[in-house]
Ligand binder design. Structure first.
Ligand code: IPM
Ligand code: MG
Length: 352
């Protein structure tokens, strides 16, 4: 198959990890006889430096005309002054919105060899396999922001339609997995959460009566995630709760550098990115873990291009590389430390 993939390296460790992602894409193309045409575009701080905008029109247009987008990370101290007029993160939020990517899938699974990389006891972790579906284009991230000399406010709002569509994505995933959905909200305090809860309830009763549904308050969910992670199958939640809970959940897997994500909308066009940030402190040193980005490439092949065998080939290649002991600093424990490109090379080798 032929496909056009736009790569947005972004800032910090973004260029290093997307470089490895691009290598894996080409290795898959070679092995399976596909042609992936890749094109790099600017986003985030790199785009601000070059054009003054965090999402230049050329980037937005290239993404809209692509089959899929692979992104590294955005942000860094250079663009984070409290009075900054434009911030790298605005580019990421704008591209998610422009492409209508309302459902962000963040799978959390464990590699047996990495039990020691997590700070949580192995007997608690054993068998953890969670899919978090984070609503991505609504809530407090996108509401009106007001700032005066002495006050500030961020509006959180949700519509029934926004809640319904992400609930359907999560419920369908639950059907393909262990048929269990936990909806996370703060319905004891927030009006948006009460709308969230009643809307999820209605969709599940009318369209997915076969899927087990549990509502959980976000504070309690944060606690249960590390207390009994194996009891979760699919979690659906609003934008900010999903952001926070998935950083927490990455510690079950052992490192933020292991978690991929897929941002999906109403069409096949999706955006794929590791859930980690730009990690400016380690940028350019070859220390970054490329596995989250490489696993995001697997999700890209699965969800945007329909290439399931190719996606699985990447996932087992990453698993083999980890089993062989190829670990970057974040998951190395007491063993040898692989560089970003060594880890990428190990996956390419395991693929062929
Ligand atoms: C993420 C990140 C972003 C978010 C930031 C960089 C805007 O934390 O993708 O989880 O909050 O969505
Ligand atoms: Mg985050």
């Amino acid at each position: 198959m032929k496909a056009k993939i736009v790569i947005l390296p972004g800032d910090g460790i973004g260029p290093e990890v997307t470089r490895e992602g691009a290598r894996i894409l080409q290795a898959v193309a070679k092995k399976f006889g596909h042609h992936f045409d890749t094109e790099e575009q600017l986003i985030g701080g790199a785009a601000i430096d070059a054009t003054g905008s965090a999402l230049p029109p050329a980037t937005e247009s290239a993404c809209k005309h692509a089959d899929a987008v692979l992104l590294g990370a955005v942000g860094g101290p250079k663009w984070s002054a409290p009075d900054a007029k434009v911030r790298p993160e605005q580019g990421l939020l704008a591209i998610r919105k422009a492409l209508g990517l309302f459902a962000n899938l963040r799978p959390v699974s464990l590699h047996p060899a990495l039990m020691d990389a997590s700070t949580i006891k192995a007997e608690v972790l054993e068998g953890t396999d969670i899919m978090v579906v984070r609503e991505l284009t609504g809530g407090i991230y996108f509401g009106e922001k007001i700032r005066t000399e002495t006050t500030a406010s961020d509006l959180c709002s949700y519509s029934v339609g926004e809640i319904e569509r992400v609930t359907r994505v999560a419920a369908q995933l639950a059907r393909q997995r262990r048929n269990k959905l936990v909806s996370v909200d703060k319905a004891n305090v927030l009006e948006t959460s009460r709308l969230w809860r009643s809307t999820v309830e209605k969709i599940m009763q009318t369209e997915f009566p076969d899927v087990e549904l549990e509502h959980m308050l976000v504070d309690s969910a944060a606690m249960h995630l590390i207390r009994r992670p194996t009891s979760f199958d699919v979690i659906v939640t609003e934008n900010m709760f999903g952001d926070i809970l998935t950083d927490e959940a990455s510690m079950l897997a052992g490192s933020l550098g292991l978690l991929p994500s897929a941002s999906l909308g109403a069409t096949k066009l999706g955006l794929y990115e590791p859930i980690h940030g730009s990690a400016p402190d380690i940028a350019g040193k070859g220390l970054a873990n490329p596995y989250a980005t490489i696993l995001s490439v697997a999700m890209l092949l699965r969800h945007s291009l329909g290439l399931e065998s190719e996606a699985q080939a990447i996932e087992s290649a990453v698993s083999s590389a980890i089993s062989e002991g190829v670990r970057t600093a974040d998951i190395a424990a007491a063993g040898p430390v692989a560089s970003t490109s060594e880890a990428g090379s190990a996956v390419v080798a395991c693929l062929s």
